[in-house]
Design a protein around this ligand. Structure first.
Ligand code: NI
Length: 176
């Protein structure tokens, strides 16, 4: 079990375009995924992207199959490994939702995002993933994939009157 240090906003490694994975089902890829799982679980993350632990590859994981204590109001998302993803917006209608990020600890902000998307990519074995999702699931996958293009959620905020500290905005939520 290796809990890695999560890079924080301001670190330029979070601003890079990440590279596609070229070989699946390798020991290196499985080790990366285990580090991502351990790091995400230790921080109660809804998801995590490889660039957040300094690995510049198009690898994200999200979901636990359980309600997340940092986002208790949302439905569970199945545990997912998503590699070399593409996202296609199916409904451009934007929904607003509060987001946080392990790289922006202690803060939340309202981010508008398309409500319904299709995501495609591969799992760690190289098997195709192709899903149509909406709601919190759509938000999480867009947030995690943004990390692969060097975008953090504060860059998506339009109304900074709804951006602040969790302890003030949501005193009932205990952030890690
Ligand atoms: Ni994030």
């Amino acid at each position: 079990m290796t809990i890695q240090t999560i890079l924080k906003m301001g670190d330029e490694r979070l601003l890079r375009m990440s590279e596609p994975v070229t070989q699946f089902d390798t020991p290196e890829l499985h080790a990366l995924l285990q580090d991502l799982r351990d790091t995400m679980q230790a921080a109660n993350g809804a998801g995590i992207a490889a660039p957040q632990i300094g690995v510049n590859l198009q690898v994200v994981i999200f979901g636990s199959g359980k309600v997340n204590p940092r986002y208790p109001q949302y439905e569970p998302i199945p545990p997912t490994v998503l590699i070399n993803p593409t996202i296609t917006v199916l409904d451009e209608t934007e929904e607003e939702g509060w987001e946080g990020c392990l790289s922006v600890p202690g803060m939340r902000g309202v981010v508008p995002r398309p409500r319904k998307v299709r995501y495609q990519g591969f799992d760690e074995k190289g098997q195709t993933i192709d899903r149509v999702v909406e709601g919190f699931h759509a938000r999480v996958v867009q947030h995690e994939c943004d990390h692969l293009w060097g975008k953090l959620f504060p860059m998506r905020i339009r109304d900074f009157s709804r951006f602040g500290y969790i302890e003030v905005l949501f005193p009932e939520i205990r952030d890690s």
